[in-house]
Write a protein that binds this ligand. Structure first.
Ligand code: SAH
Length: 244
């Protein structure tokens, strides 16, 4: 039997947002690999082995998936959202760089609906003009670089989406990020906190940067900061496609 690795995104939570392509891959798999809460979203069945691992072992998990595929297994590595956005797809290719003997394996990345796009859709159209996405976690990069990118993105007038905005291990950094945004973008710019998007307990909260406080975000929140033109229309938020 020929093995393969599929790196798949499960979307933001709602099962209707898992693509048919991803479902088909999961149905054909012998093994599922991923961070515990994502693997728990896969229904157990005979012939399918579920391998749950902790959050900080991405490269080990990627090697394990590649090893199993080399042995003939059909492996799906699951991420939430899209696997290419701050998730497992890049980790698999990092593991592959050090392993030329695996370069001929059948490896495919299947896209998913990333939290940023699900949050934007729930809010209206805050990303209707140019935008960028920034991971606020300093696990894999220095905090100084995050500050620099925030400043330059705000100066350039990008709307912004923040992943991993705030965790218990770094409680003060998000407050600092808000300070920088107030300095560079001004206090009137709108900021939205979209928590548990697409799940039954979804909440959306939009305030100005002046009103925003660090405790409005946690690790289940996707934050969207508008540009200077982002505004409310009825119960929605949108950014016009053109700049005056
Ligand atoms: N690959 C994922 C992102 C992983 S980083 C994706 O494409 O969505 C994890 C971060 O994603 C969380 O800290 C949070 O900021 C965001 N996130 C993931 N699912 C979310 C959801 N349902 N609602 C709000 N934010 C979410």
């Amino acid at each position: 039997m020929t093995g393969w690795v599929v790196i798949a995104g499960l979307g933001p939570g709602n099962e209707d947002l898992v693509t048919p392509e991803v479902r088909t891959a999961i149905d054909a798999a012998t093994d599922i690999v991923g961070y515990i809460p994502y693997v728990r979203r896969i229904a157990p069945r005979s012939g399918l082995t579920l391998h749950e691992s902790d959050n900080r072992v991405e490269i080990d998990r990627a090697r394990h998936a590649l090893q199993m595929a080399a042995e003939g297994k059909r492996v799906v590595v699951v991420s939430s959202g899209d696997p290419g956005v701050f998730a497992m797809a890049a980790a698999v290719f990092e593991a592959l760089e050090d392993a030329p003997h695996w370069h001929d394996l059948d490896i495919r990345v299947l896209p998913g609906i990333t939290a940023m796009l699900a949050a934007a859709a729930a809010l209206g159209a805050p990303l209707g003009h140019d935008f960028c996405a920034i991971n606020l976690s300093d696990n894999l990069k220095p905090w100084e670089l995050i500050e620099k990118r925030l400043r330059l993105a705000a100066q350039a007038g990008f709307a912004m989406a923040f992943y991993n905005p705030r965790s218990k291990s770094r409680p003060h950094q998000f407050g600092r990020a808000l300070e920088i945004l107030r300095e560079e973008a001004g206090p009137e710019v709108l900021i939205s906190f979209a928590r548990n998007v697409s799940r039954p307990d979804q909440t959306l909260n939009t305030v100005t940067l002046a009103e925003a406080t660090a405790d409005m975000a946690d690790m289940r929140t996707l934050v969207i900061v508008g540009n200077a033109d982002t505004r409310r229309v009825g119960g929605y938020l949108y950014t016009p496609r053109s700049v005056a």
